[in-house]
Design a binder for this molecule. Structure first.
Ligand code: UD1
Ligand code: CA
Length: 456
């Protein structure tokens, strides 16, 4: 099948009251338009044309991919005009047309529609649904014989049409390319001044050609016109993803308060507490525990990892059996080995931490390479930045860093060395040595008594 796809994504989205083009508003971490593109890509269309207009450059930049062709609708004259603008880019054969603001559509439903279209020999097939609670959709008018004759937009429908015709237009069409000529015959709507793609239904029907509407689950059709819609659509998507992982053996303590993005994977017997956000291309292993208030983006967690309360993990990797948090921050490019402990108020940036290493309290490690079985005392800081450049700190395996130490990079603490508490380390420490850098302590006898006498 020589399939072409057109995604209409030029509209203003006035009802969103936004400076961002509507189709770029995100649902579950991805622009709505990207969800639509991702739903059609598995159909392997010969062409995928995206009609852009409002914020054209921004939209194009955000979703760009080599298999997409962008055409610009110069004046936003309605959905009929939008398809007409794309028409010259299309191959012969069926053309699947979708709205860029309907991110819940699934590949399975599109496949079914295409199959029905092919089997029926229709010139035009489209998706319909019935749901009283959903407002603002076109109403499908059928003649007394049940044949589709027109679509009337909700705002133009008379009260009697509204009562009589409860089948609504999903805005997803398969049109034979031979029928695209009908687009020239659509006239401007008198009230809105727009060319309605929906009028093609009336034209095809009037010409006596075969056409039909096919029911699909209402939730897949839900389009986003307002912020309220955006919330509802995101919520449906969120529930879909959580339900999928529950089926695969993941425990959610409060599924209503957990957000998991579509590309995430989670191993079985992992337990996820509420108010957690697992975002982007994150992979979580088996038997992990994610405690409340955690956000994990684009990161990989091995088996049995524990992330304690209120921790942020970005673009990092954590090895099997390690624990991170509470109140920790792994910034991008942090790699934590197996059985490591990253504790309270520890920030790690672009650093490698070896197996079994512990940084349990109040520490900053940036641009550091830390070996295995190292103990990093409370309050240790790698001073990696001189205001202009960043420098590396190397802490080899078996090292013990005493509390409240500053390591002025570039510097290396060699194997099994000790750094005494309160040190400011500016020079490399040889293997097995103890580095102390602090003024000798003096105790002034009876100092307090003398002070009191002086103060009198
Ligand atoms: C449209 C349908 C309606 C259907 C509903 C399903 C029309 C006239 N109405 O209504 O019957 O029930 O979708 O969601 O088609 N767009 C352009 N160029 C334009 C205007 C719009 O590209 O000039 C794009 C928009 O970016 C959007 C899509 O077309 O992605 C639909 O436009 P929108 O204004 O949201 O149509 P609806 O009122 O939702
Ligand atoms: Ca819409």
């Amino acid at each position: 099948m020589n399939l072409s796809v057109v995604i209409l994504a030029a509209g203003m989205g006035k009802r969103m009251k936004s400076g961002i083009p509507k189709v770029l508003h995100e649902t579950l971490g991805k622009p709505m338009l990207q969800h639509v593109i991702d739903a059609v890509t598995p159909l392997k269309p010969a062409r995928t044309v995206v009609v852009v207009g409002n914020g054209a450059d921004e939209v194009r930049k955000r979703v760009a991919a080599s298999h997409l062709t962008f055409v610009v609708q110069e004046r936003l004259l309605g959905t009929g005009n939008a398809l007409a603008v794309a028409a010259k880019e299309l191959n012969r054969g069926p053309v699947l047309v979708l709205n860029g603001d309907g991110p819940l559509i699934t590949t399975g439903t599109l496949r079914k529609l295409l199959t029905r279209h092919r089997r029926s020999g229709n010139a035009l097939s489209f998706l319909s649904f019935a749901d009283d609670s959903m407002a603002g959709y076109g109403r499908i008018i059928r003649d007394p014989g049940g044949r589709v004759s027109a679509i009337v937009e909700d705002k133009h429908a008379t009260p009697s049409e509204k009562r009589k015709f409860t089948e609504l237009n999903g805005g997803v069409y398969v049109i034979e390319s031979a029928e695209l000529g009908c687009l020239d015959r659509i006239s401007r709507n008198r009230d809105s001044g727009e060319y309605y793609l929906t009028d093609i239904v009336n034209i095809v029907s009037g010409s006596g050609k075969r056409l039909d509407a096919y029911r699909c689950p209402p939730e897949e059709i839900r389009g986003v016109n307002t912020r309220e819609d955006l919330y509802e659509v995101t919520e449906i998507m969120r529930k879909r993803v959580i339900a999928k992982w529950m089926k695969r053996g993941v425990t959610f303590m409060d599924p209503g308060r957990t957000v998991v993005h579509a590309p995430v994977s989670i191993g079985r017997d992992t337990v996820i507490y509420p108010d957690t956000y697992i975002e982007g291309e994150t992979a979580i292993g088996r038997n992990c525990i994610i405690y409340p208030g955690v956000r994990i983006c684009n990161s990989t967690l091995g088996e049995g990892v524990i992330i304690k309360d209120n921790t942020l993990i970005e673009e990092s990797r954590i090895g099997k059996g390690s624990s991170v948090g509470p109140f920790a921050h792994l910034r991008p490019m942090s790699v934590i080995g197996r059985d490591a402990r990253i504790g309270n108020f520890v920030e790690i940036k672009k650093s490698t931490i070896g197996h079994g290493t512990k940084a349990s309290h109040l520490t900053y490690l940036g641009d550091a390479v830390v070996g295995s079985n190292v103990n990093i005392g409370a309050g240790t800081i790698t001073c990696n930045y001189d205001g202009r450049n960043k420098f590396r700190t190397v802490i080899e395996s078996g090292v013990f860093i005493g509390s409240d130490s500053q390591l002025i990079a570039p510097v290396t603490i060699h194997r099994n060395a000790y750094v005494a508490a309160g040190a400011t380390i500016t020079k490399d420490v040889p293997p097995g040595s103890l580095a102390i850098s602090r003024a000798k302590q003096q105790n002034l006898k009876n100092w307090a008594k003398k002070k009191r006498l002086k103060d009198k």
